[in-house]
Design a protein around this ligand. Structure first.
Ligand code: F6P
Length: 370
């Protein structure tokens, strides 16, 4: 599958959904059709070819046409479905004695792709999906990755689509929470997604005029947060906004984890509740949480994310046409370029605690809990 003329490609979306996935699918489909290629969409990550029995007539693959993709640029989610469970490289299998072990079932996917005569794949996803793409490349599959994540934590690319939409919506929510916090003279503690990186919290918190921003890159001291908050309350300003990344943790503690199972990535949650619980002993004001969670992933992509997604999709097809494989489309402002997938995976892009946005926040009087 690695060499030769392309007649038929497949595209899939893996991991958490992100605004802009459909725009990438559209650009891939249209660019490929223009080159005379047929385009197929694999449903739910690789499940469409991996676990076909789950689908009507054992067929988890959809033919993508101009008509199907015509109006999807502005749509949130993914028309192909996705999954962040059951990684085929570490597929959870129950043994005879009831224990769960992780098994590599990637060969079944390579076989599945052959069954459909797929010559090349565009894999849209984050760190996990790109790690899989790299394994398939090593097994001879012609494959190009497109970086997706609302968390902005992928290395090797300046931007990932979905992040701008998530930050814009988080900022809007923080703006709204200012009014209700002010009316009730409360502290509103807003939890945003981002996994082990604080990009969403930082960018929305600074833009939304938060008093305190807590991110994983700067473990916080709750006493310092409380002292800071107590010092900001005046007759005129008797409320506060605290933005907490889901991965934020206290200096003397760890991540707030809600789920950890074999074959599944750790689920974070509860960081804001932890902050409220700790503050309740140190601050006289009432503190309430607002968890934005999956709201940040839904909705229509911003103009920035739409254009970025369309550019990523078209660039992925160009890469396949050029005969590239095992690469990820990377946005190195202002250009789209290609880097080996290997360079993007395994190391997260996190916030530099001495970086310019943090410095700007500090100069605006924001407390980072340190
Ligand atoms: O990686 C994207 C992300 O939205 C993270 O910010 C979050 O921790 C995770 O996915 C949540 O995933 P799930 O859909 O499993 O709740």
């Amino acid at each position: 599958m690695e060499n030769g003329t392309i007649k038929r490609i497949a595209v899939n979306t893996g991991g958490g959904d992100a605004p802009g996935l459909n725009a990438v699918i559209k650009a891939v489909t249209m660019s490929a059709i223009q080159r005379g290629w047929e385009v197929y969409g694999i449903r739910d990550g690789y499940n469409g070819v991996f676990l076909p029995a789950q689908y009507p007539n054992g067929d988890g693959v959809i033919r993508l046409t101009q008509e199907i993709v015509k109006d999807i640029t502005a749509m949130g989610g993914t028309i192909l479905g996705t999954t962040n469970r059951g990684n085929p490289l570490k597929f959870p299998m129950k043994t005879a004695n009831g224990t769960v072990v992780e098994v590599d079932r990637s060969d079944e996917i390579v076989e599945g792709l052959k069954r459909y005569n797929i010559d090349a794949v565009v894999a849209i996803g984050g760190d996990g999906s790109l790690t899989m793409a790299n394994e398939f490349h090593k097994k001879g599959v012609r494959i190009v990755g497109v970086p997706k994540t609302i968390d902005n934590d992928l290395s090797g690319t300046d931007t990932t689509f979905g992040f701008d939409t998530a930050v814009s919506f988080a900022t809007e929510c923080i703006d709204r929470l200012h009014y209700t916090a002010k009316s009730h003279k409360r502290i509103m503690v807003v939890e945003v997604m981002g996994r082990y990186a604080g990009w969403i919290a930082l960018n929305s918190g600074v833009s939304g005029s938060a008093d305190v921003i807590l991110i994983p890159e700067i473990p916080y001291d709750i006493k310092k947060v409380a002292d800071f908050l107590n010092g900001t309350f005046t007759e005129e300003k008797d409320y506060a906004i605290v933005v907490v990344a889901e991965g934020a943790f206290p200096r003397d503690g760890g991540y707030a984890v809600i789920e950890k199972e074999a074959g599944k990535s750790e689920r974070l949650g509860g960081a804001a509740d932890k902050v409220v619980e700790q503050l309740s002993h140190l601050v006289k004001k009432e503190a309430r949480t607002a968890i934005l969670g999956h709201l940040l992933r839904g909705g229509s992509p911003t103009t920035f994310d739409r254009l970025l997604s369309l550019r990523f999709g078209a660039a992925a097809v160009r890469a396949l046409e050029e005969g590239q494989s095992g690469v990820m489309v990377a946005h190195k402002v202002p250009n789209m370029t290609y880097i080996p997938i290997e360079e993007a995976i395994g190391k997260l892009k996190t916030v530099n605690p001495d970086g310019e946005t943090i410095r700007t926040g500090r100069e605006l009087g924001i407390c980072f809990g340190d």
